[in-house]
Design a protein around this ligand. Structure first.
Ligand code: ACK
Length: 948
């Protein structure tokens, strides 16, 4: 009524002496219309006041707010029992907007309204009135509108204003769907179901629905939309991906950076175009880098055997960034070489295992014509060869002439016979001598003679070598078609042992005897055996590992007072676990800023968290994407339940969780430099060894804490370590059932059904799922290797099966470039086959602390070359014999008066024959080693005088 200009002129009955329209000034001195009645002295009052017709406008429940003043009967002098202190509110539904008369009985009573203010305070003289406000609601659903009526039965009352309204749930956007302004339902408990429509550039993921509650609040959002390809969600709308980014599918993910060798120049890209010279195969997903066709196969060799030819080649130098290289062969016979591919000539030729789509690099071509000149062309192709239009460019060819005629019917017999001969052939005899030429600090060239008895055509040679001190624990293999090889990537001043063996059609022969050669120092040709003293000290320490119990489960239960980690899956109700270990955070205290990556369950964002009474901190926010299953929810929250139990500077800290509203979130401290592997690759070669060891120390410290709590991580790898702005490394990625499912490195092995990150996992965990702290130690050794090699992939491009096999055979990763000997030794210790032999994290931590305190020990060539390390400067004959494994001659030599290393310089073969040291190799070792030992001691003295 306050907004109605002029008089209201509502119908009053009786028209005189009952309700009267009176204009007064409100508190702001604005004129308002009121209705007043005050017949308190006369009995049997029945005064009606009816409003004009009020259109319903679609509303189903209307609210009537009445503001009024009422006199307290006691405050009125001389009133009798006729005075009343209430009035009645009525309504009448009608389609008629101008009904002139409505019977009293047609009205339905809404309520009797009383004042709730103490109306004795009303002082009409000073115009100070206590205003009452009462609201009543009423369902109006049957007609287009309604009338309201006020019945007075003898009160002193002034209606100051009447406001009639209905409620709506206001227009809103939820889950990328727009919900219109919606009028609430007819009943106080009714919910109006509303269907949303997807915002621009979005597509329905699941029918978007919400409910409008009677109070005008939206409830229970269901379903929603995803931004279309090329668009991502920003502030409730879909915004085009900016240049350099793309999004291929409609999903709730953000735009992705263009994969390597591709770009997008315009906003809204659904796929990135390849840089020129790079391609994408039809089956390549848009997330894959653009790649190139392979270069030509290398070193194609042919071995003619009568009318068959064995062709072998090495893989292309460049695989173009793909792993689907295949080979195919073309054959041209001279007789028809005018036409390029002369199929008729070769139509009955057999290719084994085939002519096209070959995955192996060896083919036997048989049933050729005798005395015919053939040219074989081997093409390398991959998934993008066709797209690049470079089919024939990547090929290599070889020409041969077959050398024996024969009737076709004899071929089979001849081939069978040669097969039988082949099978009965014996393997080649060992290579008898190896020479080293061109020796440098990091390389040497080897050459050798063909074995005395090759027993067939030699197809290739295999060279196996290792650092002498490492024995065969870590060796490398090279293959060559020729009788020489350049071995590179060696450590300076290091003695290497080489073995060579040959392969024919009958297989590999025996390896040659060991041949030892030392790389040089660049200054003198010196041996480093004095270092052995230092390594020996360490090795003795290492043997202590075996006495330490590795299985922390067993250890911890004997150790009261140590906090043990509780498996959240032992709780029947996962929510109980989460609330036991994690703090619930109010979503309003989180301010999300940007998406920093994708986790298994949804985006990972960075943002800020402001908890009352604390300063604002940067946080990482992992969220669980909508549409999750119960299991996914449990798995997602299990990470927080685990993390929440830890409190250590090298373990990622949990700030809390959001579980009371959607999406669910896990909030952790923010680590500015992201994951360690990517971080190291980005800063290749930029850190000092001390900085790298500092990072390793942090990880070891975190792992020691976890192992003390009996928590086995199972997926320790550089990609699961996060780095903050101070280079502090923290272990992250906890979880249980999901642990290995989520890791892109995890693969199925043949023996177990769960996925395992093979390259990081100890053999016993791969083979029979024996995951213990000792298997975490193995993984830690791999992390050490990743760190020192600045994020190199362990075992490079070997496939998982080959890695498993190599480890089984005793192969271990070699020291990365410039890796201090002590660190590589520590890695090798972590990779002991026997898990009881591996160090504990506590021992690793002690070792790293010692190295940090004595930085000189971290020199790549080993501790002896640096100052500050206490080496044994002079060995007794006894220690020296021990170090070369010939302790057995101790007494013989002592008895003959050889009591110092110098005196041993006089040893000759004849003298040793005389003393009964008759094994030729022992004689050689003794003579060579004593000379080198004395030389290296001289060298050591020089270094002691001139600080390095
Ligand atoms: O290598 P990144 O940048 O580091 O990409 C991944 C991505 O989210 C998906 O896991 C990053 N990430 C995860 N947790 C955090 C964190 N607490 N602080 C900073 N980045 C994080 C991770």
């Amino acid at each position: 009524t306050r907004t109605v200009p002029g008089e209201l002129k509502w119908a009053a009955s009786p028209s005189e002496g009952g309700w009267e329209e009176v204009s007064i000034m409100d508190e702001k001195n604005i004129p308002i219309r009121t209705y007043q009645v005050c017949n308190v002295l006369e009995p049997n009052q029945n005064n009606w006041l009816r409003t004009d017709w009020i259109p319903r406008s679609g509303a189903q429940r209307v609210y009537v707010e009445v503001k009024f003043t009422l006199r307290d009967c006691n405050s009125l002098p001389g009133v009798t029992g006729t005075c009343k202190e209430t009035f009645n509110l009525y309504y009448h539904e009608s389609n008629e907007d101008r009904e002139s008369y409505i019977k009293e009985s047609s009205f339905i009573k809404v309520d009797t309204v009383a004042a709730d203010e103490s109306f004795t305070q009303v002082d009409v003289g000073d115009r100070i009135m206590k205003l009452n406000t009462e609201v009543r609601d009423v369902k109006v659903t049957t007609r287009k509108g309604f009338y309201l009526a006020f019945q007075d039965v003898g009160a002193c009352i002034a209606l100051v204003s009447v406001r009639v309204f209905y409620k709506t749930c206001p227009l809103t956007i939820r889950n990328l769907a727009t919900f219109p302004d919606t009028i609430t339902g007819a009943d106080t408990s009714s919910l109006v179901e509303v269907r949303g429509s997807c915002v621009n550039q979005s597509e329905e993921r699941e029918e978007p629905k919400m409910y409008c509650g009677a109070d005008g609040e939206w409830l229970v959002p269901i379903g929603g939309c995803f931004c279309s390809p090329g668009y991502e969600e920003k502030g409730g709308a879909c915004k085009a991906c900016s240049a350099g980014f793309y999004k291929a599918k409609s999903s709730d993910a953000g735009c992705f950076k263009c994969p390597p060798h591709s770009h997008s120049v315009r906003d809204g890209a659904t796929v990135c175009d390849c840089h020129s010279g790079f391609f994408r195969a039809d089956s390549d997903p848009p997330s894959m880098a653009c790649t190139q066709p392979p270069s030509a196969p290398q070193q194609l060799i042919s071995v003619v055997n009568e009318t068959s030819v064995v062709l072998e080649w090495a893989p292309p130098r460049r695989l173009g960034g793909r792993s689907d290289t295949s080979y195919s062969l073309d054959m041209v016979a001279r007789r028809c070489s005018q036409t390029k591919l002369c199929l008729p000539c070769g139509s009955d030729v057999l290719f084994s295992p085939g002519q096209t789509g070959l995955k192996t690099s060896r083919v036997v071509v048989s049933e050729l014509r005798a005395h015919t000149h053939y040219t074989f062309i081997v093409h390398a192709r991959n998934g993008v060869s066709q797209a690049s239009g470079a089919g024939a460019a990547q090929s290599v060819s070889v020409s041969v002439t077959t050398n024996q005629a024969g009737e076709k019917c004899f071929y089979t017999i001849v081939i069978l016979l040669s097969l039988i001969v082949c099978l009965s052939l014996s393997a080649p005899s060992p290579v008898s001598s190896i020479l080293a030429i061109d020796v440098t600090r990091h390389s040497l060239s080897l050459s050798w003679q063909q074995p005395d008895r090759p027993n067939g055509v030699i197809l290739e040679y295999e060279v196996k070598f290792y650092e002498k001190d490492q024995k065969e624990r870590s060796y490398r293999i090279m293959r060559t078609f020729s009788r020489s090889v350049d071995v590179t990537g060696l450590n300076p001043l290091t003695v290497y042992v080489f073995h060579v063996r040959a392969r024919t059609a009958a297989g590999y022969g025996e390896f040659s005897a060991p041949f030892e050669f030392s790389t040089n120092s660049g200054i003198h040709a010196v041996k480093f055996s004095s270092c052995r003293a230092c390594i020996k000290v360490y090795v003795q320490k290492r043997s202590k590992y075996s006495k330490t119990k590795q299985d922390s489960e067993e250890e911890k239960h004997l150790n009261p007072g140590v906090k043990i980690y509780v498996d959240p899956f032992t709780y029947e109700d996962p929510d109980q676990a989460i609330h036991e270990f994690a703090k619930e955070i109010d979503v309003s205290s989180i301010h999300i800023e940007k998406v920093i990556g994708m986790g298994e369950f949804g985006e990972v964002c960075s943002g800020r968290l402001r908890v009352q009474g604390k300063r604002e901190i940067y946080v990482a926010i992992k969220s669980l994407k909508a549409g999750y299953s119960d299991k996914q929810r449990r798995d997602f929250l299990s990470e927080a339940s685990i993390m929440g139990q830890f409190d250590h500077p090298n373990i990622i800290r949990l700030e809390g969780v959001v579980t009371r509203c959607k999406p669910l979130m896990i909030i952790t401290e923010y680590m500015e430099n992201g994951s360690l592997d990517a971080f190291l690759r980005k800063h290749d070669g930029q850190f000092t060894v001390i900085q790298l060891v500092g990072m390793l120390r942090g990880i070891a410290s975190g792992m020691k804490y976890l192992s003390d709590m009996s928590y086995v991580h199972r997926d320790l790898a550089a990609r699961n370590i996060l780095v903050n702005s101070n280079l502090v490394c923290k272990v992250s990625d906890f979880g249980l059932s999901r642990v290995l499912e989520d890791d892109p490195e995890a693969a199925y092995t043949t023996r177990v059904r769960r996925k395992i990150p093979i390259r990081w996992t100890a053999p016993e965990a791969i083979t029979y799922r024996k995951f213990t702290t000792a298997s975490d130690v193995w993984s830690y050794g791999i992390v050490m290797w990743e760190v020192v090699s600045y994020g190199e992939r362990p075992y490079w491009d070997m496939n998982n099966q080959d890695v498993i096999k190599a480890i089984e055979e005793g192969y271990r990763l070699p020291a990365p470039m410039d890796c201090p000997v002590v660190l590589h030794q520590l890695m090798l210790d972590c990779w002991e086959r026997e898990r009881a032999e591996r160090p504990t994290f506590s021992q690793i931590l002690n070792m790293l602390d010692k190295l940090i305190r004595n930085p000189g020990t971290l020199h790549p060539q080993g501790p002896c070359w640096s100052r500050g390390w206490v080496c044994v400067p002079e060995w007794s004959v006894c220690e020296w014999l021990q170090s070369i494994g010939l302790e057995r001659y101790r007494d013989t030599l002592a008895a003959a008066g050889y009591t110092s290393l110098d005196s041993l310089l006089a040893l000759t073969h004849q003298e040793m024959d005389r003393l009964g040291i008759i094994t030729p190799s022992h004689q050689n070792i003794l003579i060579a080693s004593v000379q080198q030992e004395v030389l290296s001691q001289m060298q050591h003295m020089q270094h002691s005088m001139v600080p390095v």
